[in-house]
Design a binder for this molecule. Sequence first.
Ligand SMILES: O=C(O)CCC(=O)C(=O)O
Ligand SMILES: [Fe+2]
Length: 344
Amino acid sequence: MNISVKSLAESPGLNCIPSIYAYSLTSTDPPAASDLQDAIPTIDFSLLTSPDPHLRSQMIQELDIACKDWGFFRVVNHGVPESLMNMVIEKAIEFFDLTEEEKKEFEEKDVLDPIRYGTSFNSKKDEILYWRDFLKIIVHPEFHCPNKPLGFREVLLEYSKRTREIVKGLLNGISAGLGLDQDYVEKALNLESGLQICAANLYPPCPQPGLAIGLPPHSDHGLLTLLINNGVGGLQIKHKGKWVNVNNDVPCSFLVNTADQLEIFSNGKYKSVEHRAIVNNAVTRLSVVLANGPALDAVVEPAYKLVTGERCLPAYIPMKYKEYLEMQQGNKIVGKTCLDRVRV
Ligand SMILES: O=C(O)CCC(=O)C(=O)O
Ligand SMILES: [Fe+2]
């Protein structure tokens, strides 16, 4: 693989980035806005799963609006212990702190390898490199984990289990919000065997943060993505044509965004949200992202009930999730261009 950004950033006297990392923001790129950050919706998970039908339906409605208007929201009162969330961050940092020799064992080969350590997005295809190292692990339906650092496996297994409960609760609410039975998504996309990939992203300090990018604008491939980070900002989402800074300033919350398979399934009612990661020159940023998708062999298409009337024709063609995933992960990542291939 190419040299990791971590080793590059740690090389003595580095005060400018190698030209292969030079990313030019296009002139059409909107400037970042911070003022909208407070408006990002918050979903109270305990209300969404409340036995009180009134409270629950209120939260379902809020979730529907969050998915429709933002594609991005915070989830609070979800029951996952803060200590577990912190431990996941800690173990991911410990992984990147292993020697390059130790990490080499997990170097990426194929996009469906259960454990992939690498840099940039797809360094075989990327013409310019991104200021990011990553570790991607398939944690469901089969659980995998590197054997280092010590304790990573136990922490990740528990984290995967707990977060899958949240994803299930959110998708039940989303199903109801779409006017479907609450277990419709779960059954139609076989979530019992749903693919869950954990990606740890490391963005070391960059001597020229305005010239490089951590991850360029993209949408995620699955249904819902859950994100936590080490408290350092850098994530931006595109909202109404503007980049909005997202700081994780709500303790013990998950940032959740809608992804491509949910856009397809909802027949475009919920759009997958574009986001990117910028870098800074002072501190290392680490994010731990869980991509939650359908079962690999599930064929994803707009939900039947949403495309039955005469005026609502399917806007996407059916595609096996596995094919979609290979297409998205095996190519350069450019905005939402992957979705164009399944648009009618
Ligand atoms: O690090 C972040 O905040 C964003 C990461 C991301 O978008 C991804 O891994 O797909
Ligand atoms: Fe993403």
